[in-house]
Design a protein around this ligand. Structure first.
Ligand SMILES: Nc1ncnc2c1ncn2[C@@H]1O[C@H](COP(=O)(O)OP(=O)(O)OP(=O)(O)O)[C@@H](O)[C@H]1O
Length: 618
C-alpha cells in the first residue's frame, strides 16, 4: 500500500477532528485525553492508528497495541481500523483487552516463569472468584470470616513475588501453590496478570521484545483501569521509547467496585509525563440531550467540563422523559405499544433501541423480553451473545452459512474473504484471486450438498465442521491470538453449533436461525456496565427506583456516574421508567425514590425532562 505523506493525511470517513484531537492523532508525545461522553475519544484512537499506519510514522514492522476494557470494544476498534486501512496495514494494529493481552504473553512465555510460580502446560481460567474464597475458607476459617471478599481478592492478587512473611502470607503461598500445581493449573485473570507481570519483571529479554514490538500503546476507557492492570502496563512499557495515548472520562467511572484505581489519571501523568488534553464536542447526542448532560455534569457530578453538540442537529432535537407506571404489567404493555409505534410508524430499527437495567436483568426486564417476543418485537439479553459475536472464527462460520443459504448476501462474502485473507498472510495478490475462486466453488458445492429442505441437527453440525475444515483448524489456531489450545477453539465452534441448532429448531429456517444468532431486528437488553462505549437512537432505562439503586447510599458517586452513563448512550431519546410496584422475592413490593431523590430532583430542575404518569389505554 502506498504511504501517505503526513502533511497530506486526512482523517478517514470525512470526519473533522477538533484541533486538539488532530494534534494528538499526529503527535508522538504521551497524552491523556479526558473528555465527556460522545467526544470521540475512541474515534480518536482509531484515527490515530490510521495516521500512524498510513503514513508509516509507526515504521514497518513496528506495531500499535490498543487495550480496551471489553471484548466487543476491542473488536470494534480493530474493525474500524481494518475497514479504513485495509487488511495489510491493520495487521500491525493489535486491539486487545487487558485480559487477553496478559494471557497471550503468559501463553507464549510461561516457560520463563521462575520455578516458584511455574504453571502446568495446561491451565484453566477460573472466571468466578468463588473457588478462591473456598480455598481461603478451608485454609483459615477465622481469617476468611473476618475479612471482606474484596480484601481477600486484593491480598490474593498482590504483586509477585509475594511477601511470605506478611500476615497470612503462608496461607496465600499454600493456596497459590495448590492452584498452580493442580492439573490443569487453575488461574483467575488477576492471577494471570500478576504472573505475566512477573515474567516481564524477571526477564529483560521478554520486556525488550514487547517494547520493540509495540512502539505505540493506546489505552481506552482509562478511568476504569485497575491497579493490577496499571502495574502490568508499567512493567511492560514504562521508561521505554513507546508512545502512550490514554483516553477516559472521570464522569463515567463505574468500575470502582471492580477495583478501578481512583488516582489512575494523576499516576499516569506523573509516570509518563503525559500532557492532559480536554475535548469539548459531543458528536453523539442531540442538542437537548447534550444540554441535559451538561446540566447534570454541573449539578449532579459537581464538574464543569461541558460539551457542545454537533452542528448536524437542529437545536430542538433530543428528548428525555420519566414515565411513571402503576405496576410492572402496565410498564411492559405500554412500553411495548410505544416501541411498536417507533418501529412501525417512525421507522426506528429495533437494533437501535436499547433497554438498560442497573443490575438483575431478569428481575427488571425478564418479563418484558418475554412479552415483546410473544407479541412480535424481538428482544434479548445481549450479554450471552457477546462471546460469540466478537470471535472472528464464529463470525466466519456465520458468514459462510449466510452466503450458502442467502445468495444475495454480499456483505457476508466480504467477511469470509477478510477472515481467510487473515489466516493466509503468505498469499500474494494473484493467489488471493485464486482463493476467491476456490471459495466460490466451495460455496456452490456446499449449497448443492446441503439443500435447505434436508437440514437437521446432524447436518448442521456436519456443515459447520466442513466450513471449519475449509479454513483449516491448524491454520486458524496458528493465526489466531485468541486461543491458547485447540480445546478453546473447539468450545467456540460448539457454542455456535448449539445456538444455531437451538434457533433452527424453534424457527425451522436456517436464515431465521442465523438472524436470531446475530440479533437482527432484535432489541438489545443489557446492564449499564455492558453498555459502556455503545450508542443507540433510543435508550429505555427500566427502574429508576431505590430498589434498583440499592447501593446508592454506600456509593453515591459511582451510582450517579452509572446513571450518567445510561443517559449518555442515547443519540436522540431517553426514557427512564419508575414503577410504583416491582416484583421482589415475596411478590410485588412498593417502590420509592427516597434514596435516589437527588436523581429525580435534578432531572426535574433541568427543565428539559418531561415527567408523565402512564396508564394503559382502555
Ligand atoms: N470528529 C468526529 N466527527 C463526527 N463524528 C464523530 C467524530 N468523532 C466521533 N464521532 C462519532 O461520535 C460518536 C461517539 O464517538 P466515540 O464513541 O468515539 O466517543 P467516546 O468519547 O469514546 O464516547 P463514550 O466515552 O461516551 O463512550 C460515534 O458515533 C462516532 O462515530
Amino acid at each position: 500500500m502506498k504511504r501517505i505523506n503526513p502533511e497530506l493525511w486526512m482523517p478517514a470517513d470525512d470526519m473533522t477532528l477538533e484541533d486538539s484531537a488532530l494534534h494528538i492523532a499526529k503527535n508522538s508525545a504521551n497524552h491523556l485525553v479526558v473528555a465527556g461522553p460522545g467526544a470521540g475519544k475512541t474515534e480518536l484512537l482509531a484515527q490515530k492508528a490510521c495516521y500512524l499506519l498510513q503514513t508509516n510514522t509507526c515504521t514497518f514492522p513496528y506495531k500499535i497495541l490498543a487495550i480496551s476494557f471489553k471484548r466487543d470494544a476491542a473488536y470494534n476498534l480493530k474493525e474500524r481500523v481494518r475497514e479504513r486501512c485495509g487488511d495489510e496495514l491493520s495487521k500491525r494494529f493489535d486491539s486487545l483487552t487487558f485480559d487477553s493481552f496478559a494471557k497471550q504473553i503468559l501463553d507464549r512465555f510461561k516457560q520463563a516463569l521462575p520455578n516458584e510460580y511455574k504453571i502446568n502446560s495446561e491451565y484453566e481460567v477460573v472466571l468466578s472468584e468463588q473457588p478462591i474464597f473456598d480455598h481461603y475458607r478451608s485454609e483459615d476459617i477465622q481469617y476468611f470470616s473476618t475479612t471482606t471478599r474484596e480484601d481477600i481478592i486484593k491480598f490474593h492478587s498482590a504483586q509477585l513475588p509475594h511477601d511470605d512473611s506478611a500476615s497470612h502470607g503462608n496461607i496465600r503461598k499454600h493456596i497459590w501453590g495448590e492452584m498452580l500445581k493442580s492439573n490443569p493449573s487453575k488461574l483467575s485473570f488477576k492471577m494471570i496478570m500478576r504472573l505475566t507481570e512477573l515474567i516481564i519483571i524477571s526477564n529483560p529479554k521478554v520486556k525488550r521484545f514487547l517494547q520493540q514490538t509495540y512502539r505505540y500503546v493506546f489505552l481506552d476507557e482509562f478511568q476504569d483501569t485497575t491497579t493490577i492492570q496499571y502495574d502490568l502496563f508499567k512493567s511492560c512499557f514504562l521508561d521505554s521509547d513507546s508512545s502512550f495515548t490514554a483516553v477516559g472520562d472521570d464522569k463515567q467511572r463505574i468500575m470502582m467496585w471492580a477495583g478501578a484505581r481512583k488516582t489512575v489519571f494523576d499516576d499516569f501523568m506523573a509516570d509518563t509525563k503525559a500532557i492532559r488534553v480536554p475535548l469539548t464536542m459531543n458528536f453523539r447526542s442531540a442538542p437537548r440531550l447534550v444540554k441535559l448532560l451538561n446540566y447534570l455534569t454541573e449539578h449532579l457530578l459537581g464538574k464543569t467540563d461541558f460539551a457542545t453538540a454537533s452542528s448536524k442537529w437542529s437545536p430542538d432535537q433530543g428528548e428525555c422523559s420519566v414515565w411513571v407506571f402503576e405496576n410492572p404489567d402496565d410498564e411492559v404493555e405500554i412500553l411495548f405499544q410505544e416501541v411498536s409505534n417507533w418501529v412501525v410508524n417512525d421507522g426506528v430499527n429495533p437494533r437501535d433501541v436499547c433497554i438498560l437495567v442497573k443490575q438483575q436483568l431478569p428481575t427488571y426486564a425478564g418479563n418484558l423480553i418475554d412479552y415483546f417476543n410473544q407479541n412480535g418485537i424481538k428482544a434479548r439479553d445481549e450479554n450471552s451473545f457477546q462471546d460469540i459475536l466478537t470471535q472472528e472464527v464464529c463470525l466466519y462460520i456465520i458468514n459462510v452459512l449466510y452466503r450458502v443459504f442467502d445468495r444475495k448476501n454480499i456483505e457476508a462474502q466480504k467477511g469470509i474473504f477478510d477472515f481467510l485473507g487473515n489466516i493466509h498472510t503468505e498469499l500474494e495478490d494473484d493467489q488471493l484471486l485464486r482463493l476467491e475462486g476456490v471459495l466460490a466453488k466451495f460455496i456452490r458445492e456446499t449449497r448443492k450438498e446441503y439443500p435447505t429442505s434436508t437440514l437437521d441437527d446432524k447436518l448442521i453440525k456436519a456443515l459447520i465442521n466442513k466450513i471449519i475444515g475449509f479454513a483449516g483448524k491448524d491454520r486458524i489456531m496458528a493465526s489466531s491470538q485468541s486461543f491458547s489450545n485447540i480445546q478453546e477453539l473447539n468450545a467456540y465452534i460448539e457454542k455456535v453449533q448449539e445456538e444455531l441448532i437451538r434457533n433452527f429448531n424453534t424457527t425451522n429456517s436456517i436464515i431465521s436461525a442465523l438472524d436470531r444468532l446475530v440479533g437482527k431486528d432484535t432489541i438489545p437488553v443489557m446492564t449499564i456496565h455492558k453498555s459502556k462505549g455503545l450508542e443507540y437512537h433510543t435508550i429505555i432505562f427500566i427502574g429508576l427506583e431505590d430498589g434498583a439503586f440499592w447501593s446508592f447510599q454506600r456509593q453515591p458517586d459511582e451510582d450517579k456516574c452509572a446513571f450518567f452513563v445510561a443517559l449518555s448512550r442515547a443519540k436522540e431519546r431517553v426514557v427512564f421508567t419508575f414503577s410504583k410496584q416491582r416484583e421482589g422475592r415475596f411478590g410485588l413490593q412498593s417502590q420509592s425514590i427516597t434514596k435516589i431523590k437527588v436523581l429525580f430532583d435534578e432531572l426535574q430542575k433541568s427543565g428539559i425532562v418531561k415527567m408523565e404518569e402512564k396508564k394503559p389505554r382502555k
